[in-house]
Design a protein around this ligand. Structure first.
Ligand SMILES: Cc1cc2nc3c(=O)[nH]c(=O)nc-3n(C[C@H](O)[C@H](O)[C@H](O)COP(=O)(O)OP(=O)(O)OC[C@H]3O[C@@H](n4cnc5c(N)ncnc54)[C@H](O)[C@@H]3O)c2cc1C
Ligand code: SF4
Ligand code: SF4
Ligand code: SF4
Length: 362
């Protein structure tokens, strides 16, 4: 059964949950706080559908993609300032919402700052998706929702981590002309259980959180937390949660063996920080620059429609992405990882976090 899949293979995409005809599968947190499927044997009818849709069990072949590459940013300065890199997600999403009356799916914080999938029907709702959030959300029923919208012939933009895009494709089992898939270059994803404990223990009164705040520049991004009416900016290695992520401790086991890397993708668009070549580009004003890869004709057509709202430079794809190693390579597992997750919840969580991550100010 699907819950016997090795942990290092399961990316947590949730396709098995969505596809199960008897609702026998639910996602449950393990001791590290990551979500894995659990099957209720009394409800399971042994149909094997969960295994058929699992992108880790049944690898999908990659289609030959068109591949055009741009360094670019959205010329709406307010939106770019609140986006992780050049605001290109918003430029694409706004076009599909306004010109195609589409629906956009992305990841937002809920009231407790836990990440979850949500949808937007107009551009005023897009703000919740902006900003990279380094805690994994469970797909839950989002794939079913997407399928319903597609069945009604609605245009849909689904954005997510590369493994979530593969999970959705696998669940749908066919291509849809009205579906636009947008993935990103992905270093890896943090534990939702660890994030919950960190947030409630260290920042119980947080009012706003931005993992990658660019007010002091794109290159010099900070973790921003507003708490009790006060604004705090933490350098990325002075914030314990971010440090544990960047030091390759707080990554899902599957991220060390990710199967969804490379320049060729099954999505329509791939977005990334334009590190490397982009940093030398004339477009780099340190306010955020995106790398945008177009993989399909429909992505290229959409780019033609929005390009007057962007500043962009076309590059050879390999050249543009050469300085962004996460496109190709997996993060190497930290030798501290096992010890960290063995000890973090034993006793005083805050003290443990400080000790395990070294003597750092919070
Ligand atoms: C976990 C993670 C790791 C990343 N690693 C890299 C990397 O190593 N190198 C690199 O160049 N770029 C990486 N990116 C991509 C980069 O951070 C930006 O998302 C990208 O440059 C788009 O920028 P933007 O200005 O258009 O984005 P924004 O408007 O800030 O992008 C928001 C998009 O990100 C999605 N998103 C936010 N958090 C999550 C989440 N937890 N799960 C799924 N989707 C989410 C939203 O749904 C929305 O589609 C990563 C993103 C994430 C979420
Ligand atoms: S075998 Fe069928 S019924 Fe059992 S968990 Fe998988 S999909 Fe659900
Ligand atoms: S479908 Fe996704 S969540 Fe389910 S077992 Fe496979 S990889 Fe894990
Ligand atoms: S590194 Fe791979 S497995 Fe991990 S979140 Fe990113 S796409 Fe998914």
């Amino acid at each position: 059964m699907i819950d016997r899949l090795e942990k290092s293979k399961c990316c947590g995409c949730g396709a098995c949950v969505s596809a199960c005809p008897t609702d026998a599968v639910v996602m449950k947190e393990d001791r590290e706080g990551y979500l894995y499927p659990r099957v209720d044997a009394e409800v399971c009818v042994q149909c094997q559908i969960c295994e058929k849709v699992c992108p880790a069990v049944k690898r999908r072949s990659k289609r030959d993609s068109l591949l055009k590459a741009y360094a670019c940013y959205y010329q709406e300065e307010g939106i770019r300032a609140r986006s992780t890199s050049g605001g290109i997600f918003s430029a694409i999403a706004e076009y599909l919402l306004e010109e195609k009356k589409g629906k956009v799916y992305g990841v937002c914080f809920n009231d407790n700052f836990m990440t979850e999938y949500s949808s937007a029907d107009n551009k005023n709702e897009l703000g919740k998706f902006r900003g990279s959030k380094y805690s994994q959300c469970s797909g839950n029923n989002v794939y079913q929702d997407v399928k319903k919208e597609l069945a009604r012939s609605r245009t849909v933009l689904f954005s997510g981590l590369p493994c979530q895009i593969e999970g959705l494709r696998s669940y749908l089992g066919r291509d849809y002309e009205s579906l636009y898939l947008l993935d990103m270059v992905c270093f890896g994803i943090g534990s939702p259980g660890l994030w919950r404990s960190y947030r409630t223990e260290f920042h119980p009164h947080a009012e706003e959180i931005c993992f990658k705040d660019k007010s002091e520049g794109w290159k010099n991004w900070k973790v921003f937390i507003r708490e009790n009416g006060e604004d705090h900016y933490y350098s990325r290695y002075d914030n314990l949660y971010m440090k544990s992520y960047l030091e390759r401790i707080n990554l899902r086991p599957s991220c060390y063996e990710c199967q969804f890397k490379g320049l060729q993708r099954n999505s329509d668009f791939t977005i990334a920080d334009c590190w490397g070549m982009g940093e030398k580009s004339i477009l780099n004003d340190n306010k955020g620059l995106s790398a945008l890869l177009l993989h399909t004709d429909k992505a290229a057509d959409l780019f033609e429609q929005i390009k007057n709202k962007l500043l962009f430079e076309e590059y050879d794809p390999e050249l543009l992405m050469a300085g962004n190693w996460a496109v190709y390579r997996n993060a190497e597992k930290s030798i501290e990882r096992e010890k960290f997750f063995e000890q973090i919840y034993q006793g005083d969580f805050k003290e443990n976090y400080r000790r395990l991550m070294g003597s750092m100010k919070e």
